[in-house]
Design a binder for this molecule. Structure first.
Ligand SMILES: Cc1cc2nc3c(=O)[nH]c(=O)nc-3n(C[C@H](O)[C@H](O)[C@H](O)COP(=O)(O)OP(=O)(O)OC[C@H]3O[C@@H](n4cnc5c(N)ncnc54)[C@H](O)[C@@H]3O)c2cc1C
Length: 303
C-alpha cells in the first residue's frame, strides 16, 4: 500500500493537507479530537484525487461538509477527514443554480435571492453545505432539498467513476437519500431548479424564517441542530420537553432550555457527555411514551 500523502502527491500535488487537526474546529458542536489527516480540496478534481488517494492508501476516511450534523469523538479520527468546505463554487444560469458540494447552502440561498429565484428560502439558516444538505435531504418550514434538486453529480469510490443521478434516482425521503445508504458515494455537486419571483418577497420570507429560528433555537450555543429525527406522529422536542428534560445536563452537555430537541455544548462538553445525554433522553422518552427516538446527528469515531 502507498501511504496517503505520497499517493495524493502523484494524483494532485497542490491539495492542502493538515495533520493532527482538531475536529472541534470543524464541528458546530465544537467537540472532537484530532484527525490524523485533514484534507481541504478546492475543486471537484481535487476532491476526486483525495478520495482516490484515500482508497489507494487503505486508510479509513470520511467526507464532511460544515460538520453541522456530526458528533466527532474526543478521541478524534485515526484516518483521513475530507472537508469539502473549500470546494464552494456556485453558478447561476436562468432558473438553475449549480453548486459544488462545499458551497454553503445559506450562501446559495442568498445567491438565489439576488437573482430573483425562489424555492431555497427554507434553507436560509441551515448551517450546512450543499453536499451535506443534499445527502441528508435537509429541510425546514415545509421545504426540503428534494423539492428543488434536479441533478446530483457524485463520485463512486468503489467503481472509481463520476456519475449523475436525477431527482427520482436519489431516493429522497425524510432525512434519507441514496447517499445515506451508500457511504461510498461522495456528492460532488448538485443543480437545483427554482422559480422566478420578486427578490423583495424572497428576502421577506428568508427574514421571516431566520427570525423564527432566532426566536426558537439556541443559536447562541454550539450544537448540531435537532438531535433526533421526527418520530411518526410526534415531535421529538415535545416528547423530550414532556419528560421534563429541558435544562437537564450531563457534564457540559445540556438539553436546551429554549428548544428541547437541541443538545447544547455549555462550553466544555465531551463527546461522551453528549452520547450519555442522548442515551438518557432515549430511555426516558421510551419509558414514558413507548417511542424510540432515532438520532439524526451522525456519530463519527469511537465515542
Ligand atoms: C443551529 C442548527 C440548525 C439546523 N437546522 C436544520 C434544519 O432546519 N434542517 C435540517 O435538515 N438540518 C438542520 N441542521 C443540521 C445540519 O445543518 C444539516 O443536517 C446539514 O444538512 C448538514 O450539512 P453539513 O454540510 O454540515 O454536513 P456534515 O454535518 O458535515 O455531514 C453530515 C452527513 O453528510 C455527509 N456528507 C457531507 N458532505 C457530503 C458529501 N459531499 N458527499 C456525501 N456525504 C456527505 C457526512 O459524511 C455526514 O454523514 C441544523 C444544524 C444546526 C447546528
Amino acid at each position: 500500500m502507498t501511504d496517503f500523502k505520497t499517493a495524493l502527491k502523484e494524483l494532485s500535488s497542490d491539495v492542502k493537507i493538515k495533520e493532527n487537526e482538531p475536529l472541534a474546529l470543524h464541528s458546530t458542536f465544537r467537540i472532537g479530537g484530532a484527525a490524523r489527516y485533514f484534507a481541504l480540496p478546492e475543486s471537484e478534481d481535487q476532491l476526486v484525487a483525495v478520495l482516490r488517494a484515500a482508497k489507494l492508501s487503505g486508510e479509513r476516511h470520511i467526507i464532511v461538509g460544515n460538520g453541522s450534523n456530526i458528533l466527532f469523538s474526543d478521541d478524534g479520527f485515526d484516518g483521513i477527514v475530507i472537508s469539502t468546505c473549500q470546494a464552494k463554487k456556485i453558478s447561476v444560469e436562468g432558473d438553475k443554480i449549480t453548486a459544488l458540494c462545499g458551497a454553503s447552502v445559506i450562501r446559495t440561498a442568498i445567491e438565489a435571492q439576488k437573482n430573483g429565484l425562489s424555492g431555497l428560502e427554507f434553507a436560509y439558516g441551515i448551517p450546512g453545505t450543499v453536499g451535506g444538505c443534499v445527502s441528508m435531504n435537509a429541510g425546514a418550514y415545509g421545504g426540503q432539498m428534494s423539492d428543488i434538486v434536479i441533478e446530483t453529480k457524485y463520485y463512486d469510490i468503489e467503481k472509481d467513476k463520476i456519475l449523475v443521478l436525477n431527482n427520482a434516482q436519489q431516493n429522497f425521503a425524510y432525512r434519507h437519500t441514496v447517499f445515506t445508504d451508500h457511504p461510498e458515494y461522495a456528492v460532488l455537486g448538485s443543480t437545483i431548479m427554482l422559480k422566478k419571483d420578486d427578490p423583495a418577497e424572497i428576502q421577506a420570507r428568508m427574514n421571516d424564517y431566520m427570525s423564527r429560528r432566532q426566536e426558537k433555537q439556541p443559536l447562541e450555543f454550539p450544537s448540531a441542530g435537532s438531535v433526533f429525527k421526527r418520530p411518526e406522529g410526534y415531535f421529538a422536542g415535545k416528547l423530550v420537553e414532556d419528560c421534563n428534560l429541558k435544562g437537564f445536563s450531563i457534564g457540559g452537555a445540556q438539553v436546551s432550555e429554549k428548544h428541547a430537541g437541541f443538545i447544547i455544548n455549555r462550553g466544555n462538553a465531551t463527546s461522551k457527555d453528549v452520547l450519555c445525554l442522548i442515551e438518557h433522553i432515549k430511555n426516558t422518552v421510551f419509558d414514558r411514551f413507548g417511542v424510540m427516538l432515532e438520532c439524526e446527528v451522525k456519530i463519527v469515531g469511537n465515542v
